[in-house]
Ligand binder design. Sequence first.
Ligand SMILES: Cc1cc2nc3c(=O)[nH]c(=O)nc-3n(C[C@H](O)[C@H](O)[C@H](O)COP(=O)(O)OP(=O)(O)OC[C@H]3O[C@@H](n4cnc5c(N)ncnc54)[C@H](O)[C@@H]3O)c2cc1C
Length: 292
Amino acid sequence: MIPPKFEYVAPTTLHEALSLLRHYGSEAKLLSGGQSLIPLMKLRLAAPAYLIDINRVPGLAYLEARDGFLRIGSLIREADLERSKLVRSHVPVVCETAAVVGDPLVRNLATIGGNLAHADPANDHPATMLALDAEIVATSLDGERTIPATAFFPDFFTSALNPDEILTEIRIPVPSAGSGGAYIKLERKVGDFAIAGVAAHVTIGADGVCERAGIGLTNVGPTPLKVPSAEAFLRGKHLDQDTIEHAAELAVAVSQPEADLRGSTAYKRDMVRVLTTRALTRALARAQGQAV
Ligand SMILES: Cc1cc2nc3c(=O)[nH]c(=O)nc-3n(C[C@H](O)[C@H](O)[C@H](O)COP(=O)(O)OP(=O)(O)OC[C@H]3O[C@@H](n4cnc5c(N)ncnc54)[C@H](O)[C@@H]3O)c2cc1C
């Protein structure tokens, strides 16, 4: 399929990109890796009059740990995340998530900024960002604002970005010692979107009690979903099998899957239960220092 006609612009500074975005408004779309946008244009589900390619904008592709946060520039590719020693040493669940996005060809181009900005409930990073209580930095000509991941996905395929904003950075609080995470995705075949996916992150104190828990769900609702009920339930408890299984039931209660080619609602709900149990169990083992 051939996309409709569009004007292509390739700014070389962030200020130029932001000025173009403000000038063209809702007629324009930003282009990062193009792994979601170009297929949509080819299917004629998106028809921007202007494509603002930000790949030549310097200073948007970095990884750094500073002031208690892992900071990820929005143009960082999935393949970079997957292989990054810095990310693996600070928040390994982000590498685990990147590694299951599409296939190697997709991961070489797709960016984390595009993955979040696209706000597809089937995309993998949102659940992990919800579990980690990440923050998203949006930049416009007026300056920067920080949006908690919990407020970033207000509706179906809708992000909290204003039309004149570029997602420039993702900030993840570096977990304290005794933390572990897991992202488990069930897919029909390698490279497919999730039937369901669950991100879990826990911090276990010296007394063996759960100090913090984060849980995010992929592709079982109109938006990526956080599970505050299970997170609150787990805090202050020893994470034994019964406790984990109860938290998984709370995750099922939050999920709102739709039946489609990937399965019935009953099947998807059951997968939320199974995957939440597995993700919490694996996160706990990792928090306890086990190599699983
Ligand atoms: C074959 C295939 C398989 C896939 N499988 C998966 C999968 O398993 N899991 C998964 O999560 N994804 C999957 N995807 C989707 C895709 O990988 C992600 O959505 C991708 O990460 C989007 O990033 P991008 O840089 O390619 O964004 P683009 O396609 O360039 O942009 C996507 C949207 O975000 C906007 N945007 C991009 N960058 C910014 C920014 N910095 N600030 C504001 N808005 C921005 C664009 O305007 C556009 O609306 C798959 C895609 C393909 C083609």
